[in-house]
Write a protein of this length. Structure first.
Length: 308
């Protein structure tokens, strides 16, 4: 009887993980599954709102084709958001890891500095972030007499990429609070004796970082990468290159919410805003899912190379 209920540590940890997932699975099946299926159905239909009823006629992939072949701006918005996510990963992850390493050191008022770096998470939504973005928009590259001439002499692609990074730099840093906290928790799990043994063998700080710190952080880097992609994908407010103006109304999420539901109501005879919004939402969802798959493949590639 005891052998029947005897579990290995691996199975016990797996069961614990599933227990933590149960509330989310329950919410998904009872609250979210039907709206998800209904949204997919709307994206393939022509939706007409009539008094007391909703009429849906099957239209197939027409809405999806419209987004990529007829819609004047959707492809540009989608590429802009994906680029913003990719650049966010390249900036947020190294920045978070560096700050976590610094905050893990022993110095006076360390707790205060940790609170300061976590403050953006507390005031991430609401008037505070909108005010910050508004102030940031007023000091764009176009208004900088020193930087603007430099970008004008650079090759087009280089200038565009550099301007995009600098214009959104504050926003990128704003997304680093949770990642810093996760990295900090991981750093505190590393046994200090590993560093002491490495220093006795003559290893430098740089070698300790590459041989001890980074291998321990690999799994947390993946977790933070996934979190960053999801967090940034739900944020609207990138800043366009060489313009210094927020694109609050030309990123995909705000475009779906504002443009498709309101402006396109004047085109009811051409394309229904509800079905078009649903189609755009699912295109964006699949694009973000593809980005997550790429992140996972990159992680697997480096993990396999380290094992080899």
């Amino acid at each position: 009887m005891k052998k029947l209920f005897k579990m290995t540590i691996r199975k016990r940890n797996t069961l614990t993980g599933y227990m933590f997932l149960l509330p989310w699975l329950f919410g998904l099946l009872t609250l979210s599954l039907y709206p998800i299926i209904y949204s997919i159905r709307i994206s393939f239909s022509d939706v007409r709102l009539m008094p007391g009823e909703v009429i849906m006629n099957w239209y197939g992939f027409d809405r999806y084709l419209y987004l990529f072949t007829v819609h004047p701006d959707f492809r540009e918005f989608l590429l802009n958001d994906i680029r913003f996510i990719a650049v966010s990963l390249l900036i947020v992850l190294p920045f978070s890891l560096i700050v976590a390493i610094l905050l893990n050191a022993k110095f006076r008022f360390r707790a205060i500095f940790r609170v300061v770096f976590f403050l953006p998470v507390i005031i991430m939504s609401g008037p505070a972030i909108m005010s910050l973005m508004g102030d940031l928009n007023e000091v764009g590259l176009m208004n900088n007499p020193i930087l603007f001439p430099v970008f004008m002499i650079l090759p087009g692609m280089v200038a565009d990429a550099a301007a995009f990074v600098l214009n959104n730099l504050v926003t990128f840093m704003w997304f680093s609070g949770v990642q810093i906290l996760i990295f900090l928790a991981g750093l505190q799990k590393i046994d200090s004796s590993s560093y002491e043994a490495a220093e006795i063998d003559g290893a430098s700080k740089w070698e300790c970082f590459w041989k001890i710190t980074l291998p321990y952080m690999k799994t947390l880097i993946l977790i933070n990468a996934i979190y960053t992609v999801v967090e940034v994908a739900n944020f609207g407010g990138t800043i366009s290159p060489l313009q210094g103006s927020a694109i609050n109304d030309v990123d995909v999420t705000n475009h779906i919410a504002q443009v498709n539901f309101f402006i396109l109501q004047n085109l009811m005879n051409v394309v229904r805003p509800f079905s078009l919004s649903a189609a755009a939402s699912w295109v964006y969802f699949l694009s973000i899912a593809l980005v997550l798959v790429v992140v996972l493949l990159v992680y697997k590639f480096f993990e396999g190379r380290d094992k080899a």
